[in-house]
Design a protein around this ligand. Structure first.
Ligand code: SF4
Length: 475
């Protein structure tokens, strides 16, 4: 599974923002490794640099020096909508009659084709097949007739799906979160300005202070002199659809999302996993790195005598450059990535804890590795419910056919991965750990019922399209 993108936006009093944006993108690198980009504005002109590759490879000193201005946005991308090439890398930037726009998007729209066709019929020419360009064109068109806030509001009434956006309109930086708040976005304060970022870890990197999350349906406009920000609740929302997998897997453990430190949520989920399906074994171990906080919470909740230990070592140099399009190659990748520590495992009963099972390939390889290393029993505990359906909201998961839980019971999965026992966490435990009701979460991939109206799929609610008439914007 891959998160789709990370976004950031910064306004300072008079300091160039290229470097702070660059450091923020480093902090958000886990959210996208395909391309990285920055757009800045110095009050006269817009500057941009967008490259394929990791943040460290996409920019050199000269690139950063050429990005002038104390206002700007940045983006890291893992593509799930639009082609894998640099025409879809972001931020997307465009100049038009009433100024210049830069747009960075995390999420996925589900009515892009409809809006693209409509705008194309009105003469808009598109250079990519991504949804960000569609938002940019729609916003540019609205800005010809409306002020900034009304234009954003009108665009929000037309686009449907998940989005956290950072935008530059000339030297003004703004951030918007979709009315269901599916993807995260937060506000931070710097000594000399303000920052918007997908995760608070980016704010920490800049020695800033987290102010709060951007609310679902809210527009935040940073003052271009770094002195503050204005907010506009453009769409009121009664029911949110936060992606619970942000807390379970995607976000950095040191980030705070919806007032919860992700690391502590994962530890709580581990504790809940013990409460729901704990089994006394000699040793509890995480699948590194994602299972670590779960395993520590699980071991802490277990009676004394259950050891928490690192039993699997990860090869950190097998990254996304390892090409593994076939099942056979994916199986090999597990052996390249993980190696058991024999002394932790040999002659022991073992509980191994991970955050999720997607195809099942990693889990069955892991169980096999642990038996080969001398484990007497291998029990698998998963800190999320079974993934039974794909994600349409911007997570690169797998197709329904590839998901092991789409057509297999937990018992059948246990047999396939050859574990002594297998348990997943319940949806109720996830909602409890997040301090919310399950009706305020997106659970599409674990229930097959989505918070958005997706063709051919069931919805878990009557989703109201954000409408201008339902807003309480400060206009
Ligand atoms: S379907 Fe799953 S991964 Fe996608 S947004 Fe919803 S909870 Fe997150």
């Amino acid at each position: 599974m891959h998160e789709k993108c990370g976004v950031v936006g910064i306004s300072t009093a008079d300091r160039d923002v290229a470097r702070p944006l660059y450091y923020s993108l480093y902090a958000l690198q886990h959210r996208g490794q395909e391309s990285a980009g920055i757009v800045t504005h110095d009050g006269f002109q817009q500057y941009e640099h967008v490259e394929m590759g990791l943040v460290g490879d996409a920019f050199d000193e000269g690139d950063l020096d050429s990005l002038n201005g104390s206002n700007g946005i940045g983006h890291v991308r893992y593509p799930t909508s639009g082609s894998v090439n640099n025409c879809c890398a972001q931020p997307f930037s465009v100049s038009f009659k009433s100024g210049s726009l830069g747009l960075a998007h995390n999420g996925n729209l589900i009515n892009t084709d409809e809006i693209r066709e409509e705008l194309a019929a009105l003469g808009h020419a598109f250079t990519s097949d991504g949804d960000t360009e569609v938002i940019a064109h729609d916003l540019a068109r609205n800005l010809l007739e409306e002020d900034l806030v009304r234009a954003v509001k009108r665009t929000m009434s037309r686009i449907h799906g998940s989005y956290s956006l950072t935008i530059t309109h000339d030297e003004t930086v703004l951030g918007v979160r979709d009315p269901q708040g599916n993807r995260p976005l937060c506000i931070g304060e710097l000594d000399d300005g303000y920052v918007l970022a997908s995760e608070s870890a980016a704010i920490d990197t800049l020695d800033g202070e987290l102010v709060r999350d951007v609310r679902p349906g809210e527009l935040v406009v940073l003052h271009d002199d770094g002195s503050g920000f204005d907010t506009y609740q453009l769409v009121e929302t009664e029911q949110t659809a936060h992606c619970f997998f942000e807390h379970v897997y995607f976000a950095r453990p040191d980030s705070v999302i919806d007032d919860e430190l992700v690391y502590e949520v994962r530890r709580d989920l581990g504790g809940a996993l013990w409460e729901e399906s704990g089994i006394e074994t000699d040793v509890v171990m995480p699948v590194p790195d994602s299972g670590r906080a779960f395993a520590s919470g699980y071991a802490d909740a277990a009676p004394e005598g259950v050891d928490f230990a690192e039993g699997l070592m990860k090869n950190r140099y097998v990254g996304r450059t390892f090409i593994m399009p076939t099942q056979d190659e994916r199986e090999r990748a597990v052996r390249l990535k993980l190696n058991p520590i024999k002394s932790t495992v040999e002659g022991k009963t073992v509980t191994v804890i991970d955050d999720s099972i997607v195809r099942g390939t990693t889990s069955s390889q892991l169980v096999e590795l642990l038996y080969e290393a001398g484990a007497e029993e291998v029990h698998v505990r998963i800190g999320a419910p079974p993934i039974v359906a794909p994600c349409y909201m911007g997570i690169d998961m797998a197709s329904r056919e590839e998901l092991i839980a789409a057509d297999k019971s937990v018992d059948e999965i246990r047999e396939e991965i050859k574990a002594d026992s297998l348990s997943y966490l319940s949806i109720g435990a996830i909602a409890d750990a997040l301090g919310t009701s399950d009706s305020n979460l997106c659970l599409g991939c674990v229930t097959g019922e989505y918070p958005y109206d997706i063709e051919g799929e069931q919805t878990d609610r009557e989703v109201e399209r954000p409408a201008v008439g339902h807003s309480s914007a400060d206009d």
